[in-house]
Design a protein around this ligand. Structure first.
Ligand code: NI
Length: 183
């Protein structure tokens, strides 16, 4: 088992545009993906992007667990998805607010607006094209990870810092959200 060192906010690699991977079937890419999955699972994350483990390459790994599914959403893929050179395309203008955290910004969470419905595509480790539509949490994870490949952190996507909170204080924020949900 190989655990990779996670780059924390402040590391220049997190702010750079990552380079495309020429050959997704290169065995070195499969090794990188395996190590990224082990690192993500060990850290308790649901997604990880190349720059987060100091690899300046366009690769992401993620899970979209079915238990995070909202009513009416399409079933996400089972297990881990590895996507090389991924591209995201919003399907409409509808945005949704949701809580996000990031392994490169430990201890914090904030409310981030994301496109609610997207199509994403990329290449798998077998060289095959992957193309899917996603909504809700699944769409959110993919947008968060693909942003990492362009040097964008979730903080950059927030409408303001008022909804940024430490994990331990998050319940205050959620109580407030609930009470303003009524109108
Ligand atoms: Ni992140």
């Amino acid at each position: 088992m190989t655990l990779l060192k996670i780059a924390l906010m402040g590391r220049p690699v997190l702010r750079r545009k990552a380079a495309p991977i020429d050959d997704p079937t290169d065995p070195a890419v499969a090794v990188l993906a395996r190590d990224m999955i082990e690192t993500m699972d060990d850290a308790g994350g649901v997604g990880l992007a190349g720059p987060q483990i100091h690899a300046d390459r366009r690769i992401i790994v993620f899970r979209a667990p079915a238990e995070r599914l909202a009513a009416g959403e399409e079933e996400p893929p089972e297990g881990v998805t590895v996507l090389v050179n991924p591209v995201v395309e919003p399907l409409d203008d509808m945005m949704a607010l949701g809580l996000e955290g990031c392994l490169s910004i430990p201890g914090l969470r904030g409310l981030v607006p994301r496109h609610d419905r997207i199509r994403y595509s990329g290449t798998g480790l077998d060289g095959g094209r992957i193309e899917r539509e996603a909504t809700g949490f699944h769409a959110r994870v993919v947008q968060h990870e693909v942003d990492h490949l362009d040097g964008i952190l979730y903080l950059d996507r927030m409408d303001g810092m008022e909804t940024l909170a430490f994990d331990s204080e998050l319940h205050h924020l959620l109580e407030q959200e609930e009470s303003t949900d009524d109108d």
